[in-house]
Design a protein around this ligand. Structure first.
Ligand SMILES: *Cc1c(COP(=O)(O)O)cnc(C)c1O
Length: 375
């Protein structure tokens, strides 16, 4: 089965191999050396002042960020299920929550955030997805962060980059907390989350909030290349292998470039066969198509072509399908996906198969590759 869901994503064979060795004790010089190397790579990837790894799924890092960085009122941006989650976390911890809610295809505007911040001086943190995976959209996080810092530099900007870190270069100048999760762009099994933090965030954290998710305890330990509680050793070993693999394959810049090209080529290919891209501003992490036959297309992909793409949740259930673009994906796999969709549409009587999708994919993907003289 070809796994083409925007999380979990396929784990490369060499990474699975790296994780198949004997379990290592976490309080040993051997593991601390691995931890240190992984941390160094993470500093390059995140470009933040500090990085912290936590044994939890991505939501654990979202919760850690909210409780440690918001003391009063959180402004959460809800253009989908993950944005909604930030608000729920705030309320679960007795914090106040102000929400800006939009349809799942609509990114928040900088203006709406600026107005909300100006209207409510209790807001001390903003939580937003860079790529909101519910509908595959891209929020203008960097612009929002800049505008908010101009109003009040003390407001903490929490950016959920679970489907953005490892997908594209993120300008962290005005971002205080950047979150990543193992099972999306980082090509690992689920269970590890990572937070990149600014010096201002560390100051705000102070002695920290909570117990397991107290970031002050973790920062202190992780600066010594260890963790407050048992580290997710196997996943961290896997993470080091992922980060070294990215480097071997030409570096993170090449991965960003290939991901952008793949996203562009997939969208162009599917639009060329009459399909419609759902989000008003698509993220590079996934291609989201809204279609009356979304469910049928998805089932046919699975049953007849052995590929798993994701559907939609809540009110978008059965109305969209989402194709992953994150990680190291061979172009021939992506080409096969768009070709299979064209074949399915042919059998539904919606078009006459002509190999258009794969042609457009190839043109879009490889022409830019030749122009950029990367090969
Ligand atoms: C997957 C995802 C999460 C949640 O991560 P879990 O690992 O399921 O807890 C949060 N935000 C975004 C944007 C995601 O795609």
């Amino acid at each position: 089965m070809l796994l083409f869901t925007p999380g979990p994503t396929p784990v490369p064979q060499n990474v699975r191999n790296a994780m198949s060795d004997e379990t290592m004790h976490h309080r040993t010089p051997e593991f601390e050396a691995i931890f240190e190397k992984t941390r160094k790579h993470l500093f390059d990837l995140f470009a933040t002042d500090e990085v912290v790894m936590i044994a939890s799924s991505g939501t654990g890092a979202m919760e850690a960020a909210v409780i440690n960085l918001c003391k009063n009122t959180l402004l959460s941006i809800n253009s989908g299920k993950f944005g909604e989650r930030f608000g729920k976390i705030a309320l679960a911890h007795g914090l106040k929550n102000v929400e800006i809610k939009n349809e799942w295809d609509t990114p928040v505007s900088v203006e709406a955030v600026v107005n909300a911040v100006k209207e409510n001086s209790d807001i001390d943190a903003i939580a937003i997805q860079i790529s909101e995976s519910a509908g595959g959209l891209r929020h203008p996080v960097e612009e929002i962060a800049k505008a908010v810092k101009e109003i009040n530099p003390k407001i903490m900007i929490i950016a959920d980059g679970i489907t953005a870190v490892g997908v594209e270069r993120i300008d962290v100048t005005d971002i205080d907390c950047l979150i990543a999760g193992s099972q999306k762009a980082l090509m690992l099994p689920p269970g590890l989350s990572i937070l990149g933090l600014s010096d201002a965030a560390i100051e705000t954290i102070g002695s920290g909030v909570g117990y397991y998710l107290n970031l002050a305890s973790e920062i202190k330990k992780q600066r010594q290349n260890t963790t407050a509680y048992t580290a997710a050793t196997t996943l961290i070993i896997g993470l080091l292998e992922v980060l070294e693999t990215i480097e071997r394959e030409g570096g993170i810049g090449v991965l960003y470039c290939n991901t952008a090209r793949r996203a562009k080529a997939t969208r162009a290919a599917l639009e060329a066969i009459g399909l419609h891209s759902y989000p008003k501003v698509p993220a590079k992490s996934m291609t989201t198509i809204d279609d009356a036959d979304a469910s049928k297309i998805r089932s046919a992909l699975k049953e007849e072509y052995g590929m798993n793409v994701a559907g939609g949740q809540d009110h978008l259930k059965g109305k969209i399908f989402r194709i992953n673009q994150m990680g190291l994906i061979a172009p021939y796999e992506s080409i096969w996906v768009v070709n299979a969709i064209e074949l399915i549409l042919h059998r539904m009587g919606r078009l006459e198969y002509a190999g258009i999708a794969s042609k457009v994919y190839n043109e879009t993907y490889f022409k830019t590759a030749l122009e950029q003289k990367e090969i």
